[in-house]
Write a protein that binds this ligand. Structure first.
Ligand code: HEC
Ligand code: HEC
Ligand code: HEC
Ligand code: HEC
Ligand code: HEC
Length: 284
C-alpha cells in the first residue's frame, strides 16, 4: 500500500514539473509578443525610464521607424493615433542629429546609437578626431562619411537602416580611402575584432607612405585609440627620427621644404586642405 502511495506521489511530482515548464514557455511567448505595440507602456515618454521609446527603438531594432509611422503617420504628424511627434521633437524624428551626433550641430557620433559617448566604445571611436570643426585639432579637412560608409541619399535609403537592422554601421571604404598614387593601390579592410583599419590610403598606402614598413602600429590605426595615428605613423617624420620609407623618396632632411605649400620649416601646417587630400603636393 505504501509503495502504491509513493508511486502516485512520484507521478504527481513529475506532472507538476512538466506543467510548470509549460508555464514558463507561455510567459516567454508573452514576452516576445510584448514588443508589438498597442498602447504604449508607462514610462514611454520619460527619458531614463526602462520603457522610454528611445530605448525601445534601440533594444528592438526599430530605428527604421516603420512601425511608428503606421499609427503616427508618414509625416509623424499624428496619423490615426492623433498624437504628433512634434510636441517634443522640434525637427523630424528622421533628423540625423537625433540618433547620431550631439543633438545640435554634428551628425556623427558621439553619441552612439546606444547613447554611449565615450571614445573607447566602437560606435564612437575616433569619429570626432576625423571630423571635428575645431581646425586646431585637425591635420586635414574634415573626412567625409563616404570615406568609410556607403553614400546615403536619404534616411529611408535601403543601405541605411533597412528592413532588418542590426544596429551595426556598415563600413565601406570609398573615395579618399582608396585613392591610387603612382605605385600603390590601397586595399582598405576594417577588422571589428581588433578595431583596426588596414590598407587605407589615408594611413600610409600612398607613394612614399609607411606601407613599406611592416612595424606594428604603423599604417594599422586602432579605431578607439587616437594615439595610434600620431605624426610619423602614416609617413616619415624628420623631427621624430622616424625614417622615410625606401623607394624614391630622398632621405635625411631636417625639414620638408619640398612641400612648403602644406607646411612651414617648423613642420606646422599652413594649408590643411592640401594634407590628406589625395594629392602629394610637391613644390606647389
Ligand atoms: C498601434 C498604433 C501605434 C503604434 C504602432 C505606435 N504608436 Fe505611439 N501612440 C499611439 C496612440 C494611440 C497614442 C496615444 C495614446 C497613448 O499615449 O498611449 C500614442 C502615443 C505616443 C506617444 C506619446 C505622445 C504624447 O503626446 O504624449 C509617443 C511618444 C509615441 N506614441 C511614440 C511612438 C513611437 C516612437 C512608435 C514606434 C516605435 C509608436 N509610437 C508606435 C499609437 C501607436
Ligand atoms: C513627450 C515627448 C516626446 C514625444 C511626443 C516624442 N518623443 Fe521621441 N524623444 C523624446 C525625448 C526626450 C528623446 C531623447 C532626446 C535625446 O536623446 O536627445 C526622444 C528621442 C527619440 C529618438 C532618438 C532615440 C535615440 O536612441 O537616440 C527617436 C528616434 C524618437 N524620439 C522618435 C520619436 C517618434 C517617432 C515620435 C512620434 C511617434 C516621438 N519620438 C515622440 C521625447 C518625445
Ligand atoms: C574614418 C572612417 C569613418 C568616417 C569618416 C566616418 N565613420 Fe562612422 N563609423 C566608422 C567605424 C569604424 C564605425 C564602427 C563600425 C562597427 O561598429 O563595426 C562607425 C560607426 C558609425 C555609426 C554607428 C554608431 C554605433 O552606435 O554603433 C554611425 C551612426 C556612423 N558611424 C555615422 C557616421 C557619419 C554620419 C559619418 C560622417 C559624418 C561617419 N560615420 C564618418 C568609421 C567612420
Ligand atoms: C531614427 C534613428 C536614425 C536617424 C534619424 C538616422 N539614422 Fe543613421 N543609422 C541609424 C541606425 C540604426 C544605423 C545602423 C544601421 C544598421 O542597423 O544597419 C545607422 C547608420 C548610419 C550610418 C552608417 C552606415 C550605415 O548605413 O550603416 C550613417 C553614415 C548614417 N546612419 C547616417 C545618417 C544620416 C546622414 C542621417 C540623416 C539623413 C541619419 N543617419 C539618420 C539610425 C538613424
Ligand atoms: C593619418 C595619417 C597621417 C598623419 C598622422 C600625418 N600625415 Fe602627412 N600625409 C598623409 C597622407 C595620406 C599624405 C599624402 C598626400 C596627401 O594626400 O596630402 C601626406 C603627406 C604629407 C606631406 C606632403 C605634402 C602633401 O601632399 O600633403 C607633408 C608635408 C605632411 N604629410 C606633413 C605631415 C606632418 C607635419 C604631420 C604631423 C603633424 C603629418 N603629415 C601627419 C597622412 C598623414
Amino acid at each position: 500500500m505504501k509503495k502504491l502511495l509513493l508511486f502516485y506521489l512520484l507521478i504527481f511530482a513529475a506532472t507538476s514539473i512538466i506543467i510548470s515548464f509549460n508555464g514558463c514557455s507561455e510567459v516567454q511567448e508573452d514576452l516576445i509578443t510584448a514588443q508589438e505595440i498597442g498602447t504604449h507602456p508607462y514610462g514611454w515618454i520619460y527619458q531614463g525610464d526602462m520603457n522610454f521609446h528611445g530605448k525601445y527603438l534601440y533594444n528592438y531594432r526599430q530605428y527604421n521607424l516603420i512601425v511608428c509611422k503606421q499609427c503616427h503617420g508618414n509625416d509623424y504628424n499624428g496619423g490615426v493615433s492623433g498624437k504628433t511627434c512634434f510636441t517634443c521633437h522640434l525637427s523630424s524624428p528622421e533628423d540625423c542629429r537625433l540618433c547620431h551626433g550631439d543633438g545640435s550641430t554634428t551628425i556623427y557620433p558621439p553619441k552612439a546609437l546606444n547613447g554611449e559617448t565615450s571614445g573607447s566604445y566602437i560606435g564612437v571611436g575616433t569619429h570626432p578626431a576625423h571630423m571635428t570643426r575645431d581646425t586646431g585639432k585637425r591635420i586635414s579637412l574634415p573626412v567625409r562619411c563616404v570615406a568609410c560608409h556607403v553614400k546615403l541619399s536619404s534616411f529611408e535609403d535601403n543601405v541605411h537602416i533597412g528592413a532588418n537592422p542590426d544596429n551595426i554601421a556598415e563600413v565601406v571604404f570609398d573615395s579618399l580611402s582608396v585613392t591610387t598614387t603612382n605605385d600603390t593601390t590601397p586595399n582598405p579592410i576594417w577588422n571589428r575584432n581588433t578595431l583596426t583599419c588596414s590598407g587605407t590610403y589615408c594611413h600610409g598606402n600612398f607613394k612614399n607612405g609607411n606601407f613599406r614598413l611592416q612595424t606594428p602600429n604603423y599604417q594599422d590605426p586602432v579605431w578607439n585609440n587616437p594615439m595610434s595615428s600620431a605624426c610619423g605613423s602614416c609617413h616619415g617624420n624628420p623631427q621624430s627620427g622616424n625614417p622615410m620609407p625606401g623607394g624614391t623618396h630622398p632621405q635625411n632632411f631636417s625639414t620638408c621644404f619640398c612641400h612648403s605649400s602644406v607646411i612651414n620649416t617648423q613642420l606646422q601646417f599652413i594649408n590643411r586642405a592640401k594634407h590628406i587630400n589625395g594629392i602629394v603636393n610637391y613644390q606647389e
